[in-house]
Design a binder for this molecule. Structure first.
Ligand code: SF4
Length: 705
């Protein structure tokens, strides 16, 4: 019997916990603590604890599938890759788009954007950061010169006050939630603002129960009070910032006085006052946010507002302070760093900059790289659905937009306008079912690589198992395709370490990192520009990364969501996650333990609303928006604000994204997942209510849906 413990990094959230994957006779049998892991000291949440269970699922893709006569049938790699290469040769650059993935390694992501730009010559490369943190990248880069989390997870313990807004930290980033709780034990005050009384709210010292979509009003109100009482940090503002007066002019308007803000947000005036005073008087104070802030048509404004508050109170560049956006998936940060965005090359260097383009052409040994930024995935879906996009061929690595994108009926329509769809994934996802060719890929346990956590920490993924059947690593598939298209020499790598070597040349922030350095002390936080650099736990300690080194205040006015409740659709719908499941559920719904805890979705509504509608707890109801409808069990709970309803988006049988709005932030092009208008209808008498039924995970069905 062969037994081994392979230290690696969790494939779920952006916290980046390490664990030992236990392998017995070639099969993953469990997860054990890895006590030296820098982020979590051996501790794990439920998802990490059972991260081995989906690996050997009977649903894993083990052979390529090719569509013949409308059916997906097994094919050899030769046949599948030859077919793709032959088809790819028939499209022009503007007819391609590629989607990379925040779930796969830096090496896979780096090669996907290189393939897109250097082989297909298309600028249309994007990934799911568009849907979660593109507002962070745009908003924080404008203010600080860098779109990343400013501080480290560990130094939250130094905070005297932690203000969490739009992040259910204890459930969605539990090992960051642990640091928050440790700070609380040491006396820090915890303030929490959200429309739902989540487990994070229940641990907070002060809960601000706000309406979804009122973040800028709330933040401006807090700043109004701080300035009115003379509690701003004048020394910090004078030495390290600019544009203060413009911001002050906006927030000091009567519209942002606490009585007015209380009316907009639904938060009692006294609670707003306490929050403002705690933040201003506790040094250092940290701010944490996540998708409750970013996923709005004003996502970039929301992000800039959070930065305003921390600049105003002088809480940047210090341990225990900072603006800390918590990335959702395991490698969102890395996929952005690798340049899987339509406007930037690896290292966030602008696509439109001729000097950068020349450097990339020289590094990659190619010519004719695209000169203009490409299309974002959200705009692509909109244009495809309207029939105005030139794109005819889509190459997708590990994305499941048929469940994760807003307005799913529109996404379905968008796919009908494609001539050729290639999906590589580990399961036959909702998206893969539409493909012309499906390629079986490896999961986190079956290849070497690196991923970068929310705190800019680059860590190793280590191969522990052989892939199932004929599945191959994403990067190997990309290289084989590049070879067939005449780019073999530019995509010739003996292994993952050599790809990483190239990454260190393309991404200045990773310049000093190597696989060797990631053995001891196991991880490094970028920027790490050279081989002697120790990495950077806290950004902006001396100056900001802006051209003049100053942090820039933004004058931001509150604007309501694109769609507000009315007589026909009287509720605000907000969507999100559940602690037992992950994203579109492809992995967690195939984990026996996690799936047995929560079998399907639900809609949360307040007892006052339920009473008005005559709805009882667990009764199946119909939820409708202007874009679609679903049937779903009701959960009647006081943990949500009256007038607001919540649906987790993991479950395809009651997909929240059939209802959500495709309205976009004008800068980041992120959809407004956190606020749209819906109505709820009763569909059956209380006495006929049924318990929530278990739905089987997706079968490997043949035939285009
Ligand atoms: Fe994995 Fe995130 Fe849980 Fe850590 S907190 S074990 S990274 S899911």
């Amino acid at each position: 019997m062969e037994l081994k413990y392979v230290p690696t990094t969790c494939p779920y959230c952006g916290t980046g916990c390490g664990f030992n994957l236990v392998v017995k006779d070639g099969r993953a049998t469990g997860i054990e603590p890895w006590h030296r892991a820098p982020v979590n000291s051996g501790k794990l949440c439920q998802k990490g604890r059972y991260a081995h269970e989906f690996i050997h699922s009977k649903d894993r893709l083990v052979k390529p599938l090719v569509r013949k006569n409308g059916q997906l049938v097994e094919a050899s790699w030769e046949e599948a890759l030859d077919l793709i290469a032959g088809k790819f040769m028939t499209f022009r650059p503007e007819e391609f788009a590629c989607l990379s993935s925040a779930k796969v390694s830096n090496e896979d992501n780096y090669l996907m954007q290189k393939f897109s730009r250097a082989v297909l010559k298309t600028p249309n490369i994007d990934h799911c950061a568009r849907l979660c943190h593109s507002s962070t990248v745009a908003g924080l880069a404008a203010v600080f010169g860098s779109g990343a989390m400013t501080n480290s997870i560990a130094d939250l313990e130094e905070s005297k006050c932690i203000f969490i807004i739009g992040s259910n930290t204890l459930e969605q980033h539990p090992l960051i939630g642990r640091r928050v709780m440790l700070a609380k034990k040491r006396g820090a005050k915890i303030i929490y603002a959200d429309p739902r009384r989540t487990p994070t709210a229940k641990q907070a010292d002060l809960y601000l129960s706000m309406y979804s979509g009122t973040d800028v009003a709330l933040l401006n109100g807090l700043m109004h009070h701080i300035i009115e009482k003379g509690r701003e940090d004048r020394e910090f503002i004078g030495k390290r910032t600019k544009n203060y007066e413009a911001m002050k002019t906006v927030v000091m308007q009567e519209a942002y006085s606490l009585p007015e803000v209380s009316k907009i947000t639904g938060v009692p005036e006294d609670n707003l006052k306490i929050a403002a005073e705690w933040i201003a008087s506790s040094k250092p104070s940290a701010l944490i946010y996540s998708m409750g802030i970013t996923q709005h048509t004003v996502g970039v404004d929301n992000v800039r507002s959070t930065a305003n508050l921390m600049l105003l109170t002088g809480n940047l560049g210090v341990p225990g302070g900072g603006v800390n956006p918590l990335r959702g998936q395991n490698n969102v940060q890395g996929a952005c760093d690798m340049g899987c965005l339509p406007d930037v090359y690896p290292g966030y260097r602008k696509v439109a900059d001729p000097e950068t383009r020349r450097k990339m052409e020289s590094l990659w040994g190619v010519s004719g790289l695209p000169e203009k930024p490409g299309t974002t995935v959200t705009e692509l879906m909109e244009e495809l659905a309207e029939g105005t996009s030139p794109v005819r061929c889509l190459y997708v690595m590990g994305e499941n937009f048929m469940l994760s994108d807003p307005e799913l009926n529109r996404v379905r329509k968008a796919l009908e306008h494609l001539d050729f769809l290639v999906v590589q994934d580990i399961f036959l996802s909702e998206t893969a079912k539409f493909a012309d060719v499906v390629l079986p890929a490896t999961c986190y346990a079956e290849e070497d690589g690196t991923q970068t956590s929310t705190e800019r920490r680059v860590q190793r993924l280590r191969k522990a198992l052989d892939p199932p059947g004929e599945a191959k690593a994403d990067w190997r598939i990309i290289c084989e395709l590049a070879g067939r298209l005449g780019y073999g020499p530019q995509f010739s790598y003996p292994g993952e370490a050599e790809i990483f070597e190239e990454i260190t040349k393309a991404v200045p922030q990773y310049g000093g990192i190597s696989y060797g350095r990631l053995e001891n002390p196991e991880s490094l936080q970028w920027p790490c520009p050279d081989r002697s650099h120790p990495g950077t736990p806290i950004l902006h300690t001396e100056k900001f990364a802006t051209p003049d080194g100053l942090g820039e205040f933004s004058a931001v006015e509150w604007a309501p969501p694109a769609e507000v409740p009315d007589a026909q659709y009287p509720f605000i719908l907000t969507t999100g996650r559940n602690i037992w499941h992950w994203h579109t559920g492809t992995m967690t719904r195939r984990s026996e333990t996690l799936d047995s805890e929560v079998r399907t979705g639900w809609v949360e509504l307040h007892p006052l609303d339920a009473e008005k509608l005559g709805i009882e707890n667990r009764e199946k109801v119909r939820v409708l928006s202007r874009r679609g409808e679903i049937e779903i069990p009701a959960m009647v709970t006081e943990d949500i604000k009256p007038g607001v309803v919540f649906i987790p988006f993991h479950f395809r049988e009651c997909a929240a994204n059939l209802l959500t709005s495709g309205a976009l932030d004008p800068v980041a092009k992120i959809p407004e997942y956190k606020a749209c208008a819906v109505r709820i209808e009763k569909i059956e008498p209380v006495e006929q209510k049924e318990p929530a039924e278990k739905k089987e995970p997706a079968e490997q069905k043949e035939g285009k849906p």
